[in-house]
Ligand binder design. Structure first.
Ligand code: FAD
Ligand code: NAD
Length: 481
């Protein structure tokens, strides 16, 4: 390519989100000369506009809610949250949107960084358009890993540009609390952001096309969140949708017409309608792929439709499990695979080998940081039914456990285990209630360890903790069979 600078590396990683950083870390640790290409900020969506800032907004909200059931602290519960202090804390957790700290980490790890927009340019080739407009041609000796993540997928509303809606980026980085906020969507972003902004002082209207919230979690968990959101004052419109919306050029108000003809007027409208892969301007066609598609991979994270075992897609962009922790798990595996192939070492491709993304299929943990928290891993009842898997379903009210009664007076929560009756192992677990997020890893270990219930009897939960719900679930199961 005339007029371009060419450089060669062992491995090129496109995208320095949490996943790209971890791929690069693993390949560098394995002695491979690795470069990471980043168009925006090192740290990706998670650090600046997703996990970190959203959880910084939510933690004070959830704690504030728990105060209502904490003897001696009810008066604190009656005080409104100091929204300005919460927003300042959020800014700190988002590193003031400055990636210097993460760049320093890359430097220490020995990973080269090139800032600019990366595009595939053929087998093992990537071009980078730098912020100054220069074009670099990078060649990989061994592998290219696409870790470009996702962006907000917007519904086809007319006049989107003039409407200036919020996406997850504005919802996690807004500097002021809007007095009135409408949210379209019933998924994780919609429910977490409704929880946060209602508590911070907005009047939230949540508009969902579904008949309920959080369609992918157990119904009982979604119902608890719906109940609490309504109690906190969120106006939820189910089986609804937006027929049209316009922002008034004079007042700045957004006038939303719902599908039933009613009108809602707000200061901001958040479109929390899912994610789209960042592959639209990635040179996909130069390697026989279609721009804008998700990148389908095998369990070693090699892109299925491209020959030669040089192209990998890791994290959100492969659509296997859109979570930071799961993307980082994939990154550790993809890094090991790239290194083994580069060093011509044998690959053990059996389930649970360190070269095979096995957990993605059976044990993806997730915490929804709503009030109450939902912590889930493995199958749900609906998924078991849909896929024809026979499971025993065991339920228990968490509030009946001494640890829960001590946690908050009037504790409301529910737990469910799904057990494979043939192998007698746990294949799914969902906990909904205050403080259950930290319970989740026990269930993840039970599932990945394929531990039979007979052995789980010997995993004794400490008294009086909420973990005692494990014992109650096992007792319920024993008494039922
Ligand atoms: C509001 C919100 C809250 C969330 N909360 C959680 C949570 O609590 N826990 C959790 O586990 N997950 C959460 N997620 C999901 C989580 O953010 C993603 O799973 C995670 O960020 C995926 O990491 P990634 O590295 O694959 O992609 P990203 O974090 O999206 O990073 C991709 C990087 O690639 C760069 N890039 C893209 N295209 C190019 C290109 N052509 N050239 C160069 N660079 C490029 C981008 O600039 C970006 O830095 C949340 C998501 C949202 C939207
Ligand atoms: N705590 C966490 O771990 C966390 C938090 C936030 C996000 N995430 C990740 O980010 C992903 C994306 O979250 P999300 O909430 O954006 O997506 P989602 O897929 O969970 O929910 C999207 C919602 O938008 C609705 N929708 C889609 N298109 C629509 C349209 N045209 N009109 C009306 N409604 C429409 C869907 O019906 C659904 O209710 C999650 O699946 C999750 O993996 C994780």
């Amino acid at each position: 390519m005339p007029g371009t600078t060419t450089r060669t590396f062992d491995v090129i990683v496109i995208g320095a989100g949490p996943v790209g950083e971890n791929v690069a870390d693993r390949t560098t640790a394995a002695g491979l000369d690795t470069v990471i290409v980043e168009a925006e900020r090192v740290g990706g969506e998670c650090s600046y506009w997703a996990c970190d800032p959203s959880k910084a907004l939510l933690r004070p909200v959830l704690l504030h809610s728990e105060l209502r059931g904490t003897p001696g602290l009810e008066s604190a519960a009656n005080q409104t949250l100091d929204a300005a202090a919460v927003l300042r804390h959020r800014n700190t957790m988002a590193s003031e949107w400055d990636d210097a700290g993460q760049v320093e980490w890359l430097n220490k790890a020995g990973i080269s960084l090139i800032r600019g927009h990366g595009r595939l340019a053929g087998p093992k080739e990537v071009t980078v358009t730098t912020p100054e407009g220069d074009v670099l041609l990078l060649t990989a000796r061994h592998a290219v890993a696409v870790c470009t993540g996702t962006t907000a997928a917007l519904p086809p509303l007319p006049g989107l540009e003039e409407l200036r809606p919020w996406t997850s980026r504005e919802a996690t980085s807004a500097k002021e609390v809007p007095a009135r906020l409408a949210i379209l969507g019933a998924g994780v972003v919609a429910t977490e952001m409704a929880t946060a902004w209602q508590a911070l002082g907005s009047q939230v209207t949540l508009i969902a096309r579904e008949p309920g919230l959080l369609p992918r979690v157990e119904q009982f968990a979604a119902d608890l969140v719906t109940e609490r959101l309504r109690e906190s004052g969120v106006d939820i419109r189910f089986d609804s949708g937006i027929a049209g919306a316009v922002r008034s050029p004079d007042s700045g108000d957004v006038h939303i017409t719902l599908v039933d003809g009613s009108e809602v007027v707000v200061d901001e409208l958040l479109l929390a309608t899912g994610r789209a892969p960042r592959t639209d301007d990635l040179g996909m066609e130069t390697v026989g792929l279609r721009a804008g598609d998700w990148l389908a991979v095998d369990d070693l994270f090699t892109v299925e439709e491209v020959d030669g075992e040089w192209l990998y897609a890791v994290g959100d962009v492969n659509r296997r499990a859109l979570f930071t922790h799961q993307g980082k798990y994939q990154a550790r595996i993809a890094g090991a695979v790239i290194a083994a192939r580069a060093h011509r070492r044998p690959l053990d491709i059996r389930r649970w080998s360190r070269f095979v993304g096995t957990a993605d299929r059976v044990a993806v943990p997730q915490v929804v940081f709503t009030d109450p928290e939902i912590a889930a891993v493995g199958l749900t009842t609906a998924e078991a039914e849909r896929t024809g898997q026979v499971v025993d379903v065991v339920d228990y009210e968490i509030g009946q456990v001494a640890g829960a009664a001590l946690h908050t007076v009037g504790y409301r929560g529910h737990a469910r285990l799904l057990i494979d009756p043939r192998r007698r192992t746990v294949v799914g677990a969902t906990f909904a209630g205050a403080g259950v997020a930290e319970l989740l890893h026990s269930a993840t270990i039970a599932i990945t360890g394929e531990m039979p219930v007979e052995r789980l009897w010997h995993a004794v939960p400490a008294f009086p903790t909420i973990s005692e719900v494990w014992l109650r679930l096992l007792e319920t199961y024993r008494d039922a069979i």
